[in-house]
Design a protein around this ligand. Structure first.
Ligand code: NVA
Length: 206
């Protein structure tokens, strides 16, 4: 089997089309399915169930955000993506999640209101791989979208914060939020290995 991490999503589709072995998407510029499988496993482990789950993704409507929407088409939960308007996720992917009719799916441009009642506040880097040179400009555009203690307090409940790592400390999330949620974040990172092992076993029909 091949696990490939590529920039252009079209390339993973092309690889899968021509490969004679299973191809696993290890991240593209469109989505990050193995990450989201690790994330939902981690949430299940920490809460013991996935009932009445509200997840608020704050930040860039990027590959990880797209995978959250695609998961919302498979499992029922309440997903809110709070992003600056110009960094909204792909429209068709949001529609796909809505059309599946399983989850409540919303886009917001107001993080403080969006996080109200969140069980999980989730963010990712503001500049993904390949966009590093845009970081300075993006920092200006993402003002108000940093996950800090004030935003976590706006959930109004005891919520967890998650991040797919590596994080840019003090940019998309503060040290205080990252450090106080280190346990779940490191479980999340470890679970990438476990879900990827499970995917490989499934692909091998074991
Ligand atoms: N959006 C990030 C995810 C890293 C796990 C990136 O593509 O770089």
């Amino acid at each position: 089997m091949i696990m490939a991490r590529l920039f252009d999503h079209a390339h993973i589709l092309e690889l899968a089309e021509y490969a004679s072995v299973p191809v696993i998407n290890g991240l593209t510029d469109y989505n990050h399915p193995v990450q989201i499988m690790a994330d939902i496993l981690t949430i299940w482990e920490h809460r013991g169930h996935l009932d009445d789950l509200k997840i608020v993704y704050v930040g860039d409507g990027n590959n990880v955000a797209h995978s959250w929407f695609r998961l919302a088409a498979r499992l029922p939960f309440h997903l809110v993506c709070a992003c600056p308007e110009e960094f909204s996720p792909d429209f068709e992917t949001v529609e796909l999640a809505k059309d599946a009719g399983l989850s409540t799916v919303e886009i917001s441009h107001d993080p403080k209101t969006a996080v109200n009642g969140a069980d999980i506040v989730y963010t990712d880097v503001w500049a993904s791989m390949g966009q590093e040179e845009e970081l300075e400009e993006r920092i200006k555009r993402f003002q108000g979208f940093q996950v800090n203690d004030e935003l976590m307090a706006a959930t109004g409940k005891k919520s967890n914060f998650m991040h797919p790592l590596p994080a840019k400390r003090g940019i998309e999330a503060t040290d205080s939020v990252l450090d106080s949620n280190a346990q779940i974040i490191f479980d999340e990172a470890e679970n990438r290995m476990h879900v990827q092992n499970a995917i490989m076993l499934k692909m091998m029909n074991w």
